[in-house]
Design a protein around this ligand. Structure first.
Ligand code: SF4
Ligand code: SF4
Length: 428
């Protein structure tokens, strides 16, 4: 295998069943990529966790609805007993969730979930999320928030993911208001459709905080393919189907690697010939093999990389379970005004630690290009809004995996290295 350590996170699909019928649902349109529909069994989950004690975090969601897995509560309990963090950050539709699961997620420290809902009014929401009921989604969010209050827990963190599409732009303002009422983070994502036409681009950009309103514009403007970093996960957070088949990455290539992690273990599976060849193609070390899963990448990432010479860089890959470096709370000067770069879980953890450990310091905002809006009552700005930096003394980088890219962005904007602090260290 290439010179990267084994990952300490994986994506293990908890369920590919779903009660909705979204018209562009990739798995349904592609007949589940020939991998069948089903759900992760508790016996397989236990076997996997027991055999891989270096895996510290498992993402359960991908294509399907994890809450339709009838063994989910046992999975959540077992992960808690084995000190493994669970997340559902790729997305859940959150239409149907039992009280047992709701309370179990809170009691057993389920870390975070991202609720995919692209509208506020029922007719707008169900235009794409066919068969879904937005009032059920909001009511489930409220119930979960109630359980968090009852158990005085900050987990699971709830994020609302709103994919911007032609039919839903009139609900953007209302979504911001509802997110504020529900006290949850709202993040906007670009849709799959490059024909998105904003009726009022200036207003939509202002409301969403997005710099680009389509993936095509993003690529023209930045020179990078939207979400191309998902290729890194083939090293740092491999995707495994509910039955143990090694799939590779979350974009679910139609071909998989024909090896079963539950049977031969993750290390041996990641060392299979075709998987290693995918990695070499992505690094630009080997020419394309048209039979390789990456050659027919459903999102065109490999094609883009090959055409633009924009290959994965080995030095940007690292195991991804980072933890906060306690030293930073002593390093920052008295009464400093701090911006936290990032608006994900680690960024929120950092803010809570600053609130607890350094009453003199004020966290004034978050910086994040992909999740503009509000987080924990604070604004989330684009890191490119340079005027924001005048009012902060220090910028704390909340991501271990992207810290060099974050630092480069800031330095390119003229921020001195003396104002930038890394907040994370690799968890042993
Ligand atoms: S909610 Fe997700 S998995 Fe379900 S139909 Fe829609 S896109 Fe597919
Ligand atoms: S090229 Fe596509 S299939 Fe291959 S790792 Fe990247 S995103 Fe996944």
């Amino acid at each position: 295998m290439s010179k990267v350590k084994l990952p300490n996170r994986v994506r293990l699909d908890a369920c590919t069943l779903c009660q909705l019928q979204c018209p562009s649902c990739y798995m349904r349109l592609n007949d589940y990529c020939g991998r069948g529909k089903g759900y992760l069994k508790i016996k397989d989950f236990k076997g996997f966790v027991d055999a891989h004690d270096y895996i510290k975090e498992i993402e359960l969601s991908n294509d399907g609805e994890i809450f339709l897995n009838p063994e989910l509560i046992e999975i959540i309990k077992y992960a808690y007993e084995r000190d493994v963090i669970l997340t559902a950050n790729t997305g859940v539709n959150f239409n149907t969730v039992s009280d047992e699961i709701m309370e179990g997620m809170v009691k057993y420290g389920f870390r975070s979930l991202s609720v995919a809902a692209d509208g506020v009014r029922q007719e707008i929401y169900s235009f794409y999320r066919r068969g879904g009921n937005i009032n059920a989604v909001f009511s489930n969010i409220k119930r979960l928030v109630e359980y968090k209050k009852k158990h005085n827990s900050q987990y699971p963190r709830i994020r609302w993911q709103f994919v911007l599409m032609n039919h839903n732009q009139n609900d953007v303002q209302k979504a911001k208001e509802v997110a504020q009422e529900l006290n949850i983070q709202l993040s906007f994502k670009l849709g799959w459709d490059d024909d998105f036409e904003a009726k009022d681009p200036i207003l939509v950009k202002e409301l969403t905080g997005l710099e680009y309103l389509s993936r095509r514009d993003y690529e023209r403007g930045t020179g990078h393919k939207y979400l191309s970093e998902m290729c890194n996960t083939i090293w740092t957070k491999p995707t495994i189907n509910f039955d143990g088949t090694l799939v590779g990455c979350e974009c679910e290539p139609k071909k998989d690697y024909k090896v079963n992690v539950f049977e031969i273990g993750l290390e041996e599976a990641m060392n299979c010939k075709e998987y290693v060849y995918s990695q070499k193609m992505l690094l630009g070390e080997e020419p394309v093999d048209y039979d390789n899963p990456c050659a027919a990448c459903p999102q065109g990432h490999y094609k883009w990389r090959a055409e633009h010479g924009d290959f994965v860089k080995i030095e940007e890959l690292s195991p991804t379970c980072f933890t906060i470096d306690e030293k930073i709370f002593k390093m920052i000067e008295k009464d400093a005004r701090v911006a936290i770069f990032g608006a994900h879980d680690m960024a929120l953890d950092l803010k809570y630690e600053f609130d607890k450990q350094r009453h003199d310091i004020e966290v004034v905002c978050f910086l994040d290009r992909f999740r503009p809006g509000k987080l924990d009552g604070l604004p989330v700005y684009s890191p490119f809004s340079i005027d924001r930096y005048n009012s902060v003394d220090v910028i704390v980088l909340s991501s271990g995996t992207h810290q060099s890219a974050m630092r480069d962005t800031l330095v390119s904007l003229g921020i001195g290295n003396d104002r930038i602090i890394d907040a994370t260290i690799l968890q042993s």
